[in-house]
Design a protein around this ligand. Structure first.
Ligand code: FES
Ligand code: FE2
Length: 481
């Protein structure tokens, strides 16, 4: 074992750790936040071809997207029988709908006659009628009409003429689907998420206040990985360094949780990249960025930290916006970014303010993908649940700034988006003498390594189950070590 192997992922940035910040919190912090852990994932380079090759995208189509739990929609989007959302992923499509008995079903969105996609848009219907020859299924998936049924005795009123269904799970208002009938149950795959949110973060009592989906010019993993670490803040978002603990963010991987990980970025503390700043400067910069107060308007008294002073300002302001008493909410819940990740591509934030939710899906080629952004807001106390915001769809060449209601978040997102096509192009440098792999950090980017290893496992298992050679994966596989 080399000196590096022995030390994999043990080194940390200077500056307070997230656990230090929690220990200094002015309120008790949720138990979930002190539940942190780290499991090294090796140091091997991750082959670039995983992001660029059509063959690898095909393997993902076949053995990742058809076999994993994915968030398809929110229950509020399908309140009535016949309401449906078309969930397209890779080359698959599901009709996620509410049946007559109120249960949520995910039917294969494909006619049992000649395969036509039954619905191409979300909406509300009384039945699902194929546009080609008119075969019709009721909301329970039963074939109820077949023009010239005398010609189809092998189908009409046969037991297998119902629409096939995918597995469905509902978590905190989100509908998850899985095309694999033998999939590990959602409850076990997402156990850590279920435990933490169930105990400490109320997602079910939130509604979709904003939803936009954009086609992005980069592989889905390139895009997702840009939101999985705080390492890029120094070069990509330098405007937040005065008040963001970027290099001392925390990344949790738990031994007993293969598919759920977490990233916590502390705010209201300066970046370790900067020389020691006065607490007043940290508070001023943060308050000015958040448009809460001009520089110098709020004083940080001697003996207090910028973090606790800013948290108090935000606590009051957010309490007013949401109409709730946040006096017991911890500084961390008020300020920090807590991003959970559920494999393969679902990323919900936790906290008491707005909760963002991200989702990624592959694009039509390995060079594009779709990213969804949802803003989940607490339902105001004593008020009815507001209807979910309609989904805004942005094309490849459009900017997040064109999404109505995305506000200041769009500016930060556009900084991230600037990088992505450059990454995608650079990853194609695979000629002789070019570097063949991506060298992720051993701590800050280690969750990304775990995601890649999980992808390989799904593909290898899928190939084996189909009697195909695992050699198909060999040119792409992340090496051991
Ligand atoms: S393809 Fe659907 S009815 Fe013919
Ligand atoms: Fe970013």
């Amino acid at each position: 074992m080399t000196a590096i192997d022995d030390q994999i992922g043990r080194a940390r940035s200077t500056g307070p750790s997230v656990q230090d910040l929690l220990a200094a919190d002015t309120r008790p912090v949720p138990q979930s936040l002190t539940d942190h852990s780290y499991v090294p994932q090796g140091k091997a380079d991750v082959p670039k071809v995983r992001y660029t090759a059509a063959k690898f995208a095909e393997l993902e189509y076949e053995y990742l997207w058809t076999r994993t739990w994915q968030m398809a929609c929110h229950v509020d989007e399908i309140p009535q029988p016949g309401d449906h959302v078309v969930y397209d992923v890779a080359d698959q499509s599901l009709l996620v709908t509410r049946a007559k008995d109120g249960s949520i079903r995910a039917y294969h969105n494909s006619c049992l006659h000649r395969g036509t996609k039954l619905r191409t848009e979300d909406g509300r219907v009384g039945s699902f009628r194929c546009p080609f020859h008119g075969w019709k299924w009721d909301l329970d998936g039963k074939l109820v009409e077949l023009p010239a049924e005398w010609d189809f005795p092998q189908v009409w009123q046969q037991p297998d003429s119902c629409l096939p269904e995918a597995k469905v799970a509902v978590w905190e208002g989100f509908v998850f689907v899985n095309l694999d009938p033998d999939a590990e149950p959602f409850e076990s795959v997402a156990a850590k998420l279920i435990e933490h949110f169930g105990r400490d973060f109320n997602m079910a009592n939130r509604y979709v206040a904003f939803h936009a989906v954009k086609e992005v010019p980069a592989n889905w993993k390139v895009c997702m990985e840009a939101f999985a670490e705080g390492y890029h803040v120094i070069a990509t978002h330098p405007q937040i360094l005065e008040f963001a603990g970027d290099a001392n963010s925390e990344y949790s991987i738990w031994e007993d949780s293969q598919y759920v990980t977490r990233f916590v970025n502390g705010f209201g503390v300066q970046s370790p990249h900067l020389g020691n700043l006065p607490e007043q400067q940290v508070a001023d910069a943060y308050l000015a960025f958040s448009a809460r107060a001009g520089r110098g308007a709020i004083q940080v008294p001697d003996g207090k930290s910028a973090r606790e002073v800013v948290a108090e300002v935000f606590r009051g302001a957010m309490g007013q916006v949401f109409g709730v008493d946040l006096s017991t909410a911890s500084d961390s819940e008020i300020l920090d970014a807590h991003l959970y990740h559920l494999f393969p591509a679902f990323m919900p934030w936790a906290g008491v303010g707005q909760s963002l939710v991200y989702r990624w899906r592959p694009g039509r080629t390995p060079d594009t993908c779709f990213m969804d952004v949802l803003r989940m807001m607490p339902v105001p106390p004593g008020k009815e649940r507001p209807a979910p915001a309609p989904t805004q769809r942005l094309r490849l060449e459009q900017s997040w700034k064109e999404a109505e209601g995305m506000s200041g978040l769009a500016d930060v997102f556009e900084q991230d988006m600037e990088n992505l096509p450059k990454v995608q192009l650079g990853l194609k440098m695979t000629a002789k003498r070019a570097k063949k792999g991506v060298s992720f950090g051993l701590y800050q980017e280690t969750r990304i390594r775990l995601i890649h290893r999980n992808i390989d496992r799904f593909i290898a298992e899928g190939l084996a189950a189909d009697g195909r050679s695992v050699d198909e994966l060999t040119p792409f596989i992340v090496p051991e070590g």
